[in-house]
Design a protein around this ligand. Sequence first.
Ligand SMILES: *[C@@H]1O[C@H](CO)[C@@H](O)[C@H](O)[C@H]1NC(C)=O
Ligand SMILES: *[C@@H]1O[C@H](CO)[C@@H](O)[C@H](O)[C@H]1NC(C)=O
Length: 520
Amino acid sequence: MRLPCLFFIFLVAVDAGKVLVYSPSISRSHLISNGRIADALVDAGHDVVMFIPEYELLTDSVGTKKATVITLKGFNLMANNGALKPLRDMKFDVAFSEQIDLCGVGVIRYLGIQNHIWVSTTPIMDAVSYNLGIPYPSSYVPSIEENDNGDKMNFWQRAFNLYMHIGSIIIHRYGTDGTTEVFRKYDPDFPNVRDIAANSSLCFVNSDEVLDLPRPTITKTIYVGGLGVPKIANPLDEKFSNIMSKGDKGVVVISLGSIVPFGDLPLPTKQGMLRAIGDMADYHFLIKISRGDENTRNLTRGLENLDLVEWLPQVDLLAHPRLKLFVMHGGINGLMETALQAVPTVVVPIFADQFRNGIMVEKRGIGKVLKKLDIGYESFKSAAETVLNTPSYKKNAIRIAEMMRNKPFTPEERLVKWTKFAINHGVLEELHVEGSRLNTIVYYNLDIFAFLFFVILVFFRVLCYAFIRVISESSDCNTRNGLVRSDPGGSTGGLEEMVGMVRLVRLLCFALLGTILSEP
Ligand SMILES: *[C@@H]1O[C@H](CO)[C@@H](O)[C@H](O)[C@H]1NC(C)=O
Ligand SMILES: *[C@@H]1O[C@H](CO)[C@@H](O)[C@H](O)[C@H]1NC(C)=O
């Protein structure tokens, strides 16, 4: 009676599942990334709940337009057990959380959900590669944390890169041990949150293979950069189409994001940039400022080729044929939107992964990086004019955009198909990489290197010893021939060598024992 059983399994492989997306309100861009995931899954027919612990007060948007939203105020989620109960009762098939902290991973396990899917909201974070066992060759993979290095590094850059990587892992371990302690207050047997994360079924990465610096990955890392970015732009309203028609040669848009808006730049920087804008009279400029920034309005009074706006339809503007250059901070979402529309850019990295995203742009030849501390009249003008006047930037941007659009499977398809796969098959244990469970000594074979080192050392000691014996014997010979006087301490020297050898062998034994004991 095998058949009915098989039939049952077939029936269980459902099309729609219950999905939880854990999305703390850390910043607008994180809500947007998570919201795009939630919306794509709703479109695919899943029942999606976006759970938002409110770290920062929610203002205009919660990121998702289609999922059910549950918010929870206050920092101490765990003390608020009553609020978590309805979530536990919903019996989700699978839950998403992002890499920014491992609280989400813990909450998901605490809710009794075993099947976890991780999201890296930037190119693969150091902590993500560390936990999942993704190979991280620091010689050519730049750490994500504030880092000006690309994938070609000289000796000191590699040293700095390694230092940044190890530093971020140490901080990560410290932070996640703290997180684990919080959960252990409520459940003493709670596993370390890093171990839960290591068992994630999949990891969706908010980056694109064509744009990102190439690096080794594992099967469970799936690139979905560009997810939810509208591929077809809406027509502009009257105000913006009027702005886009200005400028003999086209329009340049400057939008530095919400963390450090234009108005927050130092006064000399702003004055320098505005002077450069005045010089580039062939182009019309559009700067996004924050709400009520009278200061900048006063500063720019009298500049003919400039408009200020407090909000702009970014994707629609990027798609406009008269847009020639986008000056941005290099946040990954904005960068994807820009690259997909083939717009050359000048990136002014402000913090976190933005430095590395800038390197991506330079490597692909679709723009230039302008360091935030260097911006002024000269540097801004030269960067903007270089990108505007060198045709290769636009040419490369078109090639990258075409590849991003034409690569096999869209980000939505990848997200939806793999999520469905995880819903149908439960925890994807088969994709777990053993490296995620090894300690550092074994992972890097440090024990074998230590062993080899000692073997070589012993070999040379023996060689040395033999050599000394030969020499002293031949000198004995020489003395016998009366040519050289023998050294009376010669034989004691040999004894010292022997004692040294014994010590060495003992040391070797201890080292071996140590490494064997340190096996997990
Ligand atoms: C991770 O998965 C392994 C089996 O693949 C299991 O033995 C282990 O308990 C899991 N760890 C956690 C913390 O769930
Ligand atoms: C801007 O200029 C107006 C009039 O010239 C002045 O009243 C106002 O205080 C200025 N605002 C700032 C923030 O400088």
